[in-house]
Design a protein around this ligand. Structure first.
Ligand code: PMP
Length: 410
């Protein structure tokens, strides 16, 4: 069939396809991954720090002991052994049985990315409004846009989402005759902003959402990656109703197993399972058992400390070099955990326009525009320190400093 093309059929696309845009991060991957380029762009966890031999042995043992069923279909909600381990992990962050968290209310997903998709399928009609931080995780924006929802951004500061701004956004949406269905928030070590929602704001945010019957979609991939101390307890640890909680094994274990979860009230949980069965039948059985055994039998808390220490060192290398290498007028956040630093450039600069010159100077970052539904944010960029070793990070930040300096003289 060589020489055929599907271009003639684009008029057959569903409406929702027209809102789909290529992710700026994906587009950057091929150039950013060239060996001579220091990539401060991707957010891949440093899986080389895992005990790979021990994990290999554990997998072989799993096949020997449970081979046939471990390699077959299982239930759409996810394996009970894994849902029990998920509850043990959530308890570590203060979400436990006393607050109503039980394996029965957990839905296992193919990463928290699928969780975002399932929640959108269950709650969003075209034209619904989602409130989300400004900026927001690019992958969540993609899901909301595919669901044809309108994202209304709510400002943040160094203490995370601003409660008064949330009140205002809810009022503005209501005044336009529409209704926001949920608030999407990443309260700990935000992607991309690197900030954490302050303790005193957490109750305020919950109170505002409850008063307006607004669901909270709490996305917490980085909560266990605090460098000096743990972040304040998640929103779900403070309220059992009205919060849908998303977790993932991508950062505490391995992103490649593609496993995450949703903790949801019973009725919602049933709908989520039906939506997931329609999409994927069941999450990967073998991977679920691998993860369940890893958390049941291997020293995962010690491994978490290894990750915390490794990322802390990389953050420190990045921040200290930013202090040395950035021209006046550039500012950035100072994350206390997680993977990301959010940089603000002087007013006259455009991080997207600057990108080809940065690649020429052999450094890559993600322009801020991908993190806003309306494509604003050109003064910003996201830097990730999770993957390159400290000396590469220092070199990358120095290169970036020179690019910005040159840009200021153009
Ligand atoms: N939410 C946030 C805030 C993220 O940073 C990521 C990963 N970059 C995800 C969700 C998706 O993670 P995964 O599907 O690997 O669980």
């Amino acid at each position: 069939m060589s020489g055929t093309t599907l271009d003639d059929y684009t008029d057959l696309y569903a409406q929702r396809v027209h809102g789909m845009k290529a992710s700026e991060i994906r587009a950057l991957f091929s150039v950013a991954n060239r060996p001579e380029v220091v990539s401060l762009a991707g957010g891949s966890p440093f899986t080389a720090a895992l005990p790979l031999d021990a994990i290999g042995d554990m997998m072989a043992e799993l096949v020997a002991r449970e081979g046939a069923p471990a390699l077959n279909y299982t239930g759409g909600q996810g394996e009970l052994v894994l849902r029990e381990q998920i509850c043990a992990v959530m308890a570590e962050e203060g979400i436990d049985a006393s607050g109503g968290a039980s394996p029965d209310d957990v839905v296992v997903t193919t990463g928290s990315q699928q969780a975002l998709d399932l929640v959108s399928r269950v709650f969003l009609d075209p034209g619904d409004v989602v409130l989300a931080e400004a900026p927001s995780y690019v992958g969540a924006l993609g899901v909301f846009q595919a669901a044809q929802a309108d994202v209304v951004h709510v400002p943040m500061d160094d203490d995370g989402l601003v409660p008064a701004a949330l009140e205002q956004a809810i009022a503005d949406v209501a005044a336009s005759g529409r209704r926001a269905k949920f608030l999407y928030t990443v309260p700990a070590f935000h992607n991309p902003a690197g900030v954490t929602l302050a303790e005193q704001r957490r109750e305020q945010i919950l109170e505002i959402c409850q008063r307006h019957r607004l669901l909270v979609l709490e996305d917490n991939p980085y909560g266990l990656l605090g460098f000096e101390q743990d972040p304040p307890a998640p929103l779900r640890a403070r309220a059992r109703d009205g919060v849908l909680y998303l977790g993932t094994f991508s950062k505490t274990f391995a992103a490649g197993v593609r496993l995450g979860w949703i903790l949801a009230p019973h009725a919602v949980r049933e709908k989520l399972v039906m939506a997931s069965e329609a999409a994927i039948l069941c999450p990967a059985t073998f991977n679920q058992r691998v993860v369940a055994r890893y958390f049941a039998t291997m020293p995962w808390r010690e491994q978490l400390k290894v990750f915390q220490e490794l990322y802390r060192e990389r953050r420190d290398a990045t921040l200290s070099t930013l202090d040395e290498a950035m021209p006046a007028g550039v500012s950035w956040t100072r994350p206390a955990g997680g993977f990301y630093i959010w940089v603000t450039l002087p007013e006259s600069l455009d991080s997207k326009a600057m990108m080809p010159r940065a690649i020429n100077a052999r450094v890559a970052y993600v322009p801020g525009t991908g993190f806003y539904a309306d494509g604003s944010g050109a003064r910003h960029m996201r830097l990730s320190y999770c993957f390159p070793p400290p000396d590469r990070l220092r070199e990358g930040v120095r290169r970036l400093g020179r690019v910005i300096e040159e840009e200021l003289t153009l």
